[in-house]
Design a protein around this ligand. Structure first.
Ligand code: AKG
Ligand code: FE2
Length: 288
């Protein structure tokens, strides 16, 4: 693994809007993930639509398709970057997506876009999303390597003419291509005879609607087998105050063997909220 510290990667990410971290995971883990997904890549049809691409295959729910996907989602340096980038604007981060993308020969360049445009909220105050693309095959300028437009996270882009030249994320299995939700990027065209395969793992503010429906992708009987940190990222945690609760409780109760028939609605508040409502309630109780 590279000896550049996480603080330096964070600086690059914030300065340029992206960074490519070499050799972050062993090539053998990525190869094992790719092998587990082989059948899914074969069986999945080409996408439909000018954004998804007509010669591109996509499928999600990676955490239930391969046990190796967990190593990508929980990679410690990536998680610390995600928490640094997003932590100031939320109580906890969540998994936004875990999707495989195969760009087939003949695919055209994807529309350059910012991934945070999936949410309509005001932009500019804070980031909404950190995305990490993990190549499963070598990414080259001719086979569809992601194109990233450095610095676009810091300036308004009103038309595609203002983008300038992209940085082509040439990379190989084990590398991690990280970019902010505010950075313009898109998959490149594939003019080769080979398929470019990759996986995108995204992390977003825990109070947003995630891109991938986590609870359908990972219902309790699936998430029950996840390590606790993974289950939390995959939707089995509340975002204080009380957001994402199940019957007034943390949805992680559904991962236990013994789920109460009548759970007790229980506050999950941030400390300052807890203090404020407690003070108010105490004053009202003492007046009775
Ligand atoms: O596959 C890639 O290189 C990028 C795909 C992408 O940006 C997207 O689908 O939002
Ligand atoms: Fe994208």
């Amino acid at each position: 693994m590279s000896d550049i510290k996480s603080i330096d990667w964070l600086e690059r990410l914030q300065k340029d809007g992206y960074c490519i971290i070499p050799d972050l995971l062993p090539q053998s883990s990525i190869a094992a993930l790719d092998a587990d997904l082989e059948r899914d890549f074969t069986e999945t049809p080409m996408g439909h639509g000018d954004f998804y691409g007509f010669r591109t295959k996509r499928f999600g729910s990676l955490l239930r398709r391969s046990r190796w996907a967990c190593d990508l989602v929980l990679q410690p340096l990536i998680l610390s970057l995600a928490r640094e980038v997003l932590g100031k604007a939320c109580d906890r981060i969540q998994l936004n997506v875990a999707q495989a993308i195969a760009i087939h020969p003949g695919e055209i360049e994807q529309f350059p876009h910012c991934d945070h445009d999936m949410w309509e909220g005001a932009k500019g105050e804070h980031e909404y999303l950190l995305n990490v693309i993990w190549p499963l095959t070598d990414f080259s300028s001719s086979n569809g390597a992601t194109r990233i437009y450095p610095g676009t996270h810091k300036r308004p882009v009103e038309s595609l003419d203002q983008l300038g030249d992209p940085m082509v994320a040439e990379s190989r299995p084990g590398d991690a291509i990280c970019f902010l939700g505010s950075t313009v990027h898109g998959a490149g065209p594939n003019s080769t005879e080979d398929v470019r395969r990759g996986v995108v793992i995204g992390y977003s503010l825990g109070w947003l609607k995630p891109y991938e429906n986590l609870w359908l992708a990972y219902p309790p009987e699936v998430a029950r087998n996840f390590p606790p940190e993974l289950a939390e990222l995959a939707g089995y945690a509340q975002h204080r105050p009380n957001l994402g609760n199940y019957e007034g409780q943390c949805p992680s109760i559904l991962l236990r063997e013994d789920v109460a028939n009548y759970p007790q609605a229980t506050d999950a508040l941030r400390p300052e909220q807890l203090a404020a409502v407690h003070e108010f309630a105490e004053a009202r109780r003492s007046k009775r």
